[in-house]
Design a protein around this ligand. Structure first.
Ligand code: NAD
Length: 499
C-alpha cells in the first residue's frame, strides 16, 4: 500500500476524560490501537480498570446530585445540545478523517456519520422541549400526574462500527433526559471518542456530566455493568456480549437497552422494480464495509427472476471500488481490525462449500496488505448454511431463491435474529401483509435503511431488548413517577376502629 494517509496531529496517547480532566488509568495500564490499513500500532490508549470506572462513576454521581444539569429547564439543556450539534458539525472534516483512519470506513461514508451525529443532538433537543407528561383526573376523587425524572448515571457501551455516530445515538437522549454519563467506547476504535470532551467543553456542558473511560470490554465494560451506582446500561454490540451483560446486570436489577446483532433479509419479489432492488440490495450489504448491524446480508429472490437478479447483482458487486478508505472513490474500505478480518475471511472460506461463488471470495488483487475483502456474493445458499444463519459483519452476502410468499416468509424468519428486513414488491397488499408477518424490529418496503429518528429503533429475538428512537429513548433514560392527589374526602377503610 503506497501513500497511506495519516491525519495531522494524530493523538498517540489516548486518555480517559473524567470530571473535566484528561487522565491515565490509576494503575497506568494501556492497550495498543491499530489502524486497519497498515495494521500498525499508531497509538496506545489508557486501559480502564475497576478503579477508573469507580472514579468516573463518582464524578458522574456528583454531577447528578449536586450539578445543575438534571435540574435545568428543558430549553436550557436543549440550547447546550444544539451547541453540541454545532460543534460536531464544525469538526466534520476532522471527525471524518479520524473515523476513516481508525475504522477503515470510506471517507465519503464517514462524512455522513458526522452529520447524523449532529442531527441526533438536534433531534433530542427538539424532543425534550416538546415533551409533556400525562395528568389524569378521576372526577371528584383524584388528580394524578406523571413526574418525570432522569434516572441517574447512565452507562453507555458502544461498538466499533460507526463509533462516533453510535455514541451520539446514546449520548444525545441520555443528556437530553438530564442523566449524567460514563461512556465506554469500543477498544478497536477509541480515536474519534476523544473528540467528545472538546465538543462538550465548547458547548458548555457542566463538568462531570460526561465521562469517558477507554478500555477492554472484559475490564472497563464489565466494571461499568457491575457498578451498583449505575442504574442503567445502554449497550450496542454482539448478541453474545449482550447475554453476558444481561447476566452481570441482574444482581443490581439494572435498566437495559440492548441493540444487538442481525442477519437481516432483503426479499425481492418478481413484481419489484428490479433495478431499484439491485441498487438497494447492493448498498444495503456493502455500504459501511458490510460492518452494519442492519445489513441486508441475506437476499431472498423469487424463483422466476432469480437468474436475472443474481447476474445483475454479481456484475455490480464485482465492479465495486475497494481500496484506501481515504480515497473519495472508494466504496468499500478496510475492515476494522485483523481479528475481525480473520473472522470474515473464515466465513468466506466456509461459504465456498455452502454456496455458488459469484463475486469476490478473498483479498482483492493489488491490495496485498491491510484488511481488504472483495465484495463477496454466494448464490444458492441453503437456509441451514452457516453463512445464512450467522452474522458475518463484513462484505459477504448469501442469495437464496424462493417459490411463493409463504416460502419467502419462512426463509426470512428462519434465523435467530430479528433486527431489520427489506421487501421489494409493487403489490401494495402483498407488501403490507408480508411486513406484518416478518419477525423484525424494523421493516423497509421498497427502500434501503433510511431512518426517521421518531420511529422505534431496535430488534426482536436475538437482535435486542427494548426499543429506542423518539420519545422511547427519553422513556429509557427517565423514571416516570406517578403522583396521586386526593380531591375532597378520602374514603379509607377504618382498620382497628371496631368497637
Ligand atoms: P462487541 O459486543 O464485541 O463489543 C461492543 C462493546 O461491548 C465494546 O465496547 C466492548 O468493549 C464491550 N464489551 C465487550 N465485552 C463486554 C463485557 N463482558 N461487559 C461489558 N462490555 C463489554 O461488539 P462489536 O464487535 O464491537 O460490534 C459489532 C456488533 O455490534 C455486531 O454484532 C453488530 O450487529 C452489533 N451492532 C448492533 C447495532 C444495533 O443497533 N442493533 C448497531 C451496531 C452494531
Amino acid at each position: 500500500m503506497t501513500g497511506h494517509f495519516i491525519p495531522d496531529s494524530l493523538p498517540t496517547q489516548l486518555q480517559h476524560y473524567i470530571d473535566g480532566a484528561w487522565v491515565d488509568s490509576a494503575g497506568g495500564e494501556r492497550f495498543n490501537v491499530l489502524d486497519p490499513v497498515s495494521n500498525s500500532n499508531y497509538a496506545t490508549a489508557a486501559a480502564g480498570q475497576k478503579a477508573d470506572i469507580d472514579r468516573a462513576v463518582e464524578a458522574a454521581t456528583r454531577a447528578f446530585r449536586e450539578g445543575p444539569w438534571p435540574e435545568m429547564k428543558a430549553r436550557e439543556r436543549a440550547r447546550v445540545l444544539n451547541r453540541i450539534a454545532d460543534a460536531v458539525e464544525g469538526r466534520e472534516d476532522r471527525l471524518a478523517e479520524l473515523e476513516t483512519f481508525d475504522t477503515g470506513l470510506p471517507i465519503t461514508q464517514a462524512r455522513g456519520q458526522a452529520r447524523r451525529a449532529a442531527e441526533n443532538f438536534r433531534f433530542f433537543a427538539d424532543l425534550v422541549v416538546a415533551q409533556f407528561d400525562d395528568a389524569m383526573k378521576v372526577p371528584g376523587a383524584q388528580i394524578n400526574y406523571v413526574n418525570r425524572k432522569p434516572v441517574g448515571v447512565a452507562g453507555l457501551i458502544t461498538p466499533w462500527n460507526t463509533p462516533f455516530m453510535l455514541e451520539s445515538w446514546k449520548l444525545a437522549p441520555a443528556l437530553a433526559a438530564g442523566c449524567t454519563v460514563v461512556l465506554k467506547p469500543a477498544e478497536f476504535t477509541p480515536l474519534s471518542a476523544s473528540l467528545w470532551a472538546g465538543i462538550f467543553e465548547e458547548a458548555g456542558l457542566p463538568r462531570g456530566v460526561f465521562n469517558l473511560v477507554n478500555g477492554l470490554g472484559e475490564e472497563a465494560g464489565d466494571a461499568l455493568v457491575k457498578h451498583p451506582g449505575v442504574p442503567l446500561i445502554s449497550f450496542t454490540g454482539e448478541t453474545t456480549t449482550g447475554q453476558t451483560i444481561f447476566a452481570n446486570a441482574a444482581p443490581n436489577l439494572k435498566g437495559l437497552s440492548m441493540e444487538l446483532g442481525g442477519k437481516s433479509p432483503c426479499v425481492v419479489f418478481a413484481d419489484a422494480d428490479l433495478d431499484a432492488a439491485v441498487d438497494s440490495a447492493l448498498f444495503g450489504v456493502f455500504s459501511l464495509n458490510g460492518e452494519r448491524c442492519t445489513a441486508g446480508s441475506r437476499i431472498l429472490v423469487e424463483r422466476s427472476i432469480y437468474g436475472e437478479f443474481c447476474e445483475k447483482f454479481a456484475a455490480r458487486a464485482r465492479n465495486i471500488v475497494v481500496g484506501d478508505p481515504h480515497d473519495p472513490r472508494t466504496e468499500v474500505g478496510a475492515l476494522v481490525h485483523p481479528e475481525h478480518y480473520a473472522k470474515v475471511m473464515k466465513y468466506v472460506a466456509i461459504g465456498k462449500s455452502e454456496g455458488r461463488l459469484l463475486a469476490g471470495g478473498g483479498r482483492p488483487a493489488g491490495l496485498e496488505t491491510g484488511n481488504y475483502v472483495s465484495p463477496t456474493v454466494f448464490a444458492d445458499v441453503r437456509p441451514n448454511a452457516r453463512i445464512f444463519q450467522e452474522e458475518i459483519f463484513g462484505p459477504v452476502v448469501a442469495i437464496t431463491p424462493f417459490a411463493d410468499d409463504a416460502g419467502a416468509l419462512a426463509l426470512a424468519n428462519g434465523v435467530k435474529y430479528g433486527l431489520a428486513a427489506y421487501v421489494w414488491t409493487n403489490d401494495l397488499t402483498r407488501a403490507h401483509t408480508f411486513a406484518q408477518g416478518l419477525e423484525a424490529g424494523m421493516v423497509w418496503l421498497n427502500s434501503h435503511n433510511v431512518r426517521d429518528l421518531r420511529t422505534p429503533f431496535g430488534g426482536v429475538k436475538a437482535s435486542g431488548l427494548g426499543h429506542e428512537g423518539g420519545f422511547r429513548s427519553l422513556d429509557f433514560y427517565t423514571e416516570q413517577q406517578a403522583v396521586h392527589i386526593t380531591l375532597g374526602h378520602v374514603d379509607t377503610p377504618k382498620f382497628g376502629a371496631a368497637k
